[in-house]
Design a protein around this ligand. Structure first.
Ligand code: C2O
Ligand code: CU
Ligand code: CU
Length: 476
């Protein structure tokens, strides 16, 4: 398949890549929410579950009567939901039929670095890349997306993204009927040109794309028909830059049951949750028969969250299936650091460097011993950023010295770092050592990641740190 033509030229503003020529209309919620299909694994004779993913281009009707050139996995837009359980060995056969190299990163996955799908694992056009690993981490809503250095923003914006759900046998009884009581919501904001194509430049302005049309699972103007008294929503912010503050229009309360890296220990009741790019949250919300309510995003003051937006309408059926009560306890997980834990400090200035250094694929920035528990301190001296660390799970210790909101203290891998604020994280590193293959940490505002706000770390055998090279082959 051919590469997409360049996106229509955009008239950028200071803040974003601009360029919408189709203003959004007031939503009428008349499109049924698309549910990404569950990928069916091919179980190999040795028990390995193989999932085939083909990166391809296509045409998708997103706005009524218009065809949008898009990219997707196995279909023209977005990708199937992959589902596996702790203990499964999975193999992902990723074929690239795009006209250019890409990569596929398993965001949230604890796995050997050479399987991670970062910038060091390119899949050339026509090639297939087949990483394999055994799932060994708690239940979580993870996702997958391209990570080619400098092109991540464009590849994701065109539509390459999907969910990767991890189950754990023996977990708590939460709503789990996929697409019925356990519903994925992938939030992505876009701008459209008059001919239906995506427009705006994801590498322009301070933040890249801030769209004015929000798609949910690729559906514009969506509704979802609720058939049970209580449902679980797994929300992914798959946007390039936008931050959402999710709130039901009637202010109803709901429970947070999981954050990026898995279940919170007990449900947390709230009426609003915030989500920056790359973050996930699972909530459980109740409905009365026949009622209708819109999920909105309330505008904030951080440049990346301006403006009130309607996202999706929930329409409850006249008869709703009974559901069990929410369990009072969901997990017993404690991400902590020992006294005297190593502290690493990261300074965010501008939008193209960390600690004054722009991403260099041949430079190892940090060397971490396997199994380490460390404090990572992220000091943001400018405007809104966030921070994602591959391979790890972390807990937010404090934000400018104050504890995070209760729901935001759950296990995470991506965190909002407000402008002029320092966030401290207790980070739990894994056991997969390999001094030759780095993992990434970066701002997940893709415009920033692509322009160099990213660094590399390796996980090595404890005691070997001083022998590990800080330069990777390919360096002059
Ligand atoms: Cu979701 Cu390194 O990214
Ligand atoms: Cu990641
Ligand atoms: Cu940033």
């Amino acid at each position: 398949a051919a590469a997409l033509p360049a996106l229509a030229a955009a008239c950028g503003t200071d803040q974003d890549g601009g360029g919408s020529s189709v203003p959004p209309e007031k939503l009428t919620f008349n499109n049924r929410l698309r549910i990404p299909p569950l990928a069916q694994p091919k179980v190999q004779p040795d028990g390995i579950k193989r999932f085939d993913l083909t990166m391809r281009s296509g045409q998708t009707e997103i706005l009524p009567g218009k065809q949008t050139p898009t990219w997707g996995f196995n279909s023209g837009f977005l990708g199937p939901t992959i589902r596996a359980a702790r203990g499964d060995t999975v193999q992902l056969a990723v074929a690239n039929t795009l006209g250019e190299a890409s990569t596929v990163h398993w965001h949230g996955m604890r796995l050997p670095a050479r399987m991670d799908g970062g910038p060091h694992q390119p899949v050339e056009p026509g090639a297939t890349w087949s990483p394999r690993w055994t799932i060994d981490q708690p239940a979580a809503t993870s996702w997958y997306h391209p990570h080619p250095h400098g092109s991540t923003a464009m590849h994701v914006y065109r539509g390459l993204a999907g969910l990767f759900l991890l189950d754990e046998p023996g977990g708590p009884d939460l709503p789990h009927a996929y697409g019925v009581t356990d519903v994925p919501l992938i939030l992505q904001d876009k701008r459209f040109a008059a001919d239906g194509s995506f427009t705006g430049d994801p590498l322009k302005g301070t933040f890249g794309i801030l769209g004015d049309h929000v798609l949910v699972n690729g559906t514009y103007n969506p509704f979802f028909e609720v058939k049970a008294q209580r449902i679980r929503l797994r929300v992914l912010n798959g946007s390039n830059a936008r931050r959402y503050h999710l709130r039901f229009a009637d202010g109803r309360r709901f429970h947070v049951v999981a954050t990026d890296a898995g279940l919170v220990n007990a449900p947390v009741e709230v009426d609003t949750v915030s989500l920056t790019p790359g973050e996930r949250i699972e909530i459980v919300v109740g409905f009365a028969p026949g009622e209708q309510v819109v999920l909105t995003s309330v505008g904030g003051k951080a440049d990346i969250d301006e403006g009130d937006l309607d996202l999706i309408k929930f329409v409850a059926a006249a008869k709703l299936a009974a559901m069990p009560d929410l369990p009072a306890r969901l997990a017993d997980r404690h991400i902590d650091v020992p006294a005297g834990a190593r502290v690493r400090h990261f300074k965010l200035n501008g939008h193209d460097a960390i600690n004054g250094e722009s991403m260099d694929m041949t430079r190892i920035d940090e060397i971490v011993p396997a199994g380490a528990q460390e404090i990572w301190e992220i000091e943001n001296n400018v405007y809104a950023h966030n921070f994602h660390i591959h391979e790890v799970a972390f807990r937010v210790l404090d934000v400018d010295g104050k504890p995070p909101l209760a729901y935001a203290a759950g296990p995470k891998d991506t965190v909002y770092v407000p402008g002029k604020t320092t966030v401290r994280l207790a980070v739990q590193f894994g056991e997969h050592t390999d001094p030759g293959w780095p993992y990434m940490y970066h701002c997940h505002i893709l415009r920033h990641e692509d322009s160099g706000m990213m660094g590399q770390f390796v996980i090595v055998k404890p005691g070997t740190e001083q022998f590990v090279s800080r330069t990777l082959p390919g360096a002059e």
